[in-house]
Structures are given as structure tokens and as C-alpha cells.
Design a protein around this ligand. Structure first.
Ligand code: ZN
Length: 478
């Protein structure tokens, strides 16, 4: 694919791209081989620090100084800055997280920390989430530093030729557990390491083929969350004499009611996304998508399974409502003791516009007054939904650059159902976009690879993505 893709605004020659791509693949393999698992396992608690040190060494090798912060021993985050001449505005932030979720290896085809290359893929935990984009961001930084040196400049101190804004590189620990030991701390204590006019982050611009057309959903919003602990009260008693106020029985009823999802609500970003999909399709599919994007999406939703595979259908349903997933149930101390108390924890994901108070009211309403009178609902943690505007220069450049590199590609603004570090950059008012450009084959099941078995990324997809990311950076900072 690489040889045939035109690079409209890239000034780099084909040999440079080939070298950058080969290095990208080797870097990704090296990074996968450092298990930066979160939560850190007792036998190797310093994986995040080792990745941060690896990145600092790679940056130093390119002539770029960096700073490694270690808020908690073993958990490193790394920060660097390339200078522009300042005439174009505030910095652009290339953001990533360097931790990964655990990967029990039994079901994997290749060891999850081998970084194996096979069948056109780089395999391993982090290949998708998100050492792929981390490595691409490093590659862009390195290319720019190389250009500075080729022009006789020192990338540590001099502006990069043609760069009118600073470019920040930040790769942080602990995203997979909320980021408080990584970017959350930096936002509070060292915001200057992140402060930028805009940020590029994970979760977006990955090609998704639907009805034969190739879409690139760019992340412009993500849902918020509210986690509640429901303490269910009952009466203790002897297991030989059943009673209706058994807390485990009440908890079971609560879980059953909470697991029924609420009505759909179409947010502006989903209206644009679904309408944009419909505009590219025809017939039943277009009609159903328009129904989904309407004020009453229920008819469209009922027909969703007829036009969609199960995974995208589940994603779309989650993006059309505030969701509730019961995830933890605890009750009982012994088989012959009726429990007088039970704990249920629920993971609620809220749309833009739903407050924590409104979510809590919905939970209580779903339980009903009688059951609700026997329990307490306590908030564990909450973060609102976040979003970035689409009427910005950076968003338009991302759309245009995708089309320049894939003339059949259709970029659309998209919301993700989960949370990323964009929750933290929102505290600094940095519009943060999910933009991890990959051109995938139509049958790729990319969404299933996040935190999944046999996580892997296509080498040709990376080859396409690197010049796209480079061009977006060059165009926004040029
Ligand atoms: Zn991630």
C-alpha cells in the first residue's frame, strides 16, 4: 500500500518514509515487550517507568530533551517539547498513555508481550491500546527533529523548520485506572507540560467499513461515568427459615431492574454521525439510520440488528442512552446464614447533558419506591462527558488529511462510549480529539481487540497512518 499512496503535503521522500515506517514497527515491538501493566503486578511493578525511560532514551537519541516524572515509584510519565517559532499560536499536544491492561496469555495465539510479527500484524498487548499511536507520535517527533538537524539546527533549542507552534509530547502512566497517578496529577501540579491549543489522543480515525463504504470516525466526544455503590438492607436470619427481607434476594431484584436499559436520547454528535452515515448509503440502511438520528430513535433502534453486526449495534445502543451495568455483587457470610446486607456496584455511563444528579434519580426511579426504601445509593466516582468542537481548524484539517490520503474515505465526528485521558485535558480546556489514523481491511474487528485476546495491529495500516498523522501536525503547526 505504501508505495502507491500519494503524500500530497508531505515533503519527505519515499526512502525517508520507508525508514520511518520500519523504525515505527521495531519501536512498537520493543514497547510491547516492556509489559507496562496497570495495575502493576508485584513481580514487575516498574513497567510504566521502564517504558517512560525507553521513550526518554529514544527522544535523547533524536536530540530532544525530555522529563520523566514518577509520581509513584515505578510509574513513570514522559514529557518533551519541540519548538516552533510561535507565530502560529499555542502548542499542539500529542498525547498518549503508556500503560496497558493485563493479558492472561492462555488464549493468545502469540505471547502477549512478545511483539511478534506474523501474518502482516504486530501482535501483543498495547498494539491497539495504545502503543500504536504512542509509537506514531514518537515517529512524528523524531522526523521533525531529523529535519531540524538536516537544516543545521539543534532540535533541543532551535525552532523546527516550518513549525509555527510548539509541539508537546506527553505519554503518561495509569490511564487504564483513571489516570490519577499519571495525567491527573500533572494537570494539577505541572499543567505547563500539557497546556496546548488542542490535543491529539487515542480512539478515533480508525477505518470502519460499513455497507461497503470506508468511514473514519474521529473522536470528538466521550461519555461520562458515574459509579454507585448500592447497599441493600435486609434482616439476618437462619437459612433454614426463608424470609422475604433476605438482602441477597432484594439485591437480585435490584440487579434485574437496573439491567433494563432506559430510553434512547440522540445527542448532537450522534445526530451528525448517524446522519452522515445515512448520507453515504441508500435504501433500507439509509432510512433506518435516519430514523435512528431522529427525535424518536426507537423504531430505528428496533431494526438495528438487521443492518448492523452485533458489536457496532452494541456500541450504537450505548451511545444513544445513559447506560447502567451492574458489575459487582456481594452478599452472604455462610451458607446457612441469611444475609442482612448486600452490596451492588453499578457502572453508569452518561451522555453529554446528563448530570450526576439526574443519573442517580434515574437509578432510584428504576428501582421503584418500595425497593428503594430498603437501600442506600452512594456515589463512588463521577466524571462528566467531554467534547471537542468540530468547527475548529484542527478538526477540519484532520478530515481533509484523511481524504487526501484515502480519497474514498469518509471522516465523521464520533463519540466513544468509554473514557480516556481526554477527561483530564478537559480540566485545562484543551479540545482533545481521538485521532489514531489506521486504514484497516473491511473485515477487521478492531473494536474487539481493545483489552481483548490476540490484540494486534496491521503493519500496512500503520504505514498508511504515519504520514496522515505527520501531515496533520505539519498542517496545523505550519
Ligand atoms: Zn487506551
Amino acid at each position: 500500500m505504501g508505495a502507491t499512496v500519494e503524500l500530497p503535503s508531505s515533503t519527505l521522500d519515499a526512502a525517508t518514509w520507508d525508514r520511518a515506517h520500519d523504525r515505527l514497527v521495531e519501536d512498537l515491538r520493543d514497547l510491547i515487550r516492556i509489559p507496562s501493566i496497570n495495575p502493576p503486578p508485584a513481580e514487575a511493578p516498574d513497567g510504566e517507568r521502564r517504558v517512560a525511560d525507553w521513550l526518554a532514551a529514544a527522544l535523547a537519541d533524536a536530540g530532544i530533551p525530555s522529563e520523566v516524572l514518577e509520581l509513584v515509584p515505578g510509574r513513570g510519565s514522559v514529557f518533551a517539547r519541540l519548538r516552533g517559532d510561535g507565530t502560529g499560536g499555542g502548542p499542539l499536544l500529542l498525547l498518549s498513555h503508556l500503560d496497558v491492561v493485563p493479558a492472561p496469555s492462555e488464549q493468545w495465539t502469540h505471547d502477549p508481550f512478545s511483539g511478534d510479527v506474523a501474518d502482516g500484524y504486530v501482535w501483543g498487548r498495547g498494539a491497539v491500546d495504545m502503543k500504536n499511536l504512542l509509537t506514531m507520535e514518537l515517529a512524528v517527533v523524531r522526523l521533525l527533529a531529523d529535519e531540524a538537524r538536516a537544516a543545521g539546527r539543534n532540535p533541543a533549542t532551535d525552532p523546527i523548520p516550518g513549525l509555527t507552534r510548539d509541539l508537546l509530547f506527553a505519554s503518561t502512566a495509569d490511564e487504564e485506572a483513571g489516570g490519577l497517578n499519571g495525567i491527573g496529577w500533572v494537570v494539577l501540579e505541572r499543567p505547563e507540560l500539557l497546556q496546548a491549543d488542542a490535543a491529539i489522543n487515542e480512539s478515533g480515525a480508525v477505518a470502519t467499513t460499513f455497507a461497503g463504504r470506508r468511514f473514519y470516525p474521529i473522536g470528538v466526544a466521550e461519555k461520562g461515568y458515574a459509579v454507585y455503590r448500592v447497599t441493600v438492607h435486609g434482616a439476618w436470619g437462619h437459612g433454614s427459615m426463608p424470609r422475604n427481607d433476605n438482602a441477597a434476594v432484594r439485591a437480585a431484584e435490584a440487579v434485574t431492574r437496573l439491567a433494563v436499559q432506559g430510553p434512547p436520547r440522540v445527542t448532537p454528535v450522534m445526530r451528525t454521525f448517524l446522519g452522515g452515515l445515512a448520507d453515504e448509503l441508500d435504501g433500507d440502511q439509509a432510512r433506518l439510520l435516519r430514523a435512528l438520528a431522529s427525535d424518536d430513535p426507537r423504531l430505528g433502534e428496533a431494526a438495528l440488528d438487521g443492518i448492523c453486526e452485533p458489536v457496532p449495534a452494541r456500541v450504537i445502543r450505548a451511545l444513544l442512552r445513559d447506560t447502567v451495568s451492574p458489575t459487582i455483587i456481594h452478599a452472604g457470610v455462610k451458607y446457612n446464614v441469611i444475609p442482612g446486607e448486600a452490596i451492588v456496584e453499578i457502572d453508569c455511563r452518561v451522555l453529554p447533558g446528563t448530570t450526576e444528579e439526574a443519573m442517580r434519580e434515574a437509578v432510584v426511579a428504576r428501582l421503584g419506591p418500595e425497593l428503594a426504601s430498603h437501600l442506600d445509593v452512594d456515589l463512588v466516582i463521577h466524571a462528566p462527558a467531554v467534547g471537542a468542537p468540530t468547527d475548529t481548524e484542527l478538526y477540519r484539517l484532520m478530515e481533509r488529511t484523511i481524504v487526501d490520503h484515502d480519497p474514498d474515505g469518509i471522516p465523521l465526528p464520533f463519540m466513544v462510549p468509554f473514557a480516556t485521558d481526554a477527561k483530564h485535558t478537559a480540566a485545562l480546556d484543551i479540545p482533545t480529539y481521538g485521532f489514531s489514523p489506521l486504514r484497516l481491511d473491511p473485515d477487521e474487528r478492531f473494536m474487539e481487540r481493545f483489552h481483548g485476546v490476540d490484540e494486534r495491529v496491521g503493519i500496512d495500516a500503520l504505514r498508511w497512518g504515519l504520514p496522515v498523522l505527520y501531515d496533520v501536525v505539519r498542517r496545523f503547526c505550519g
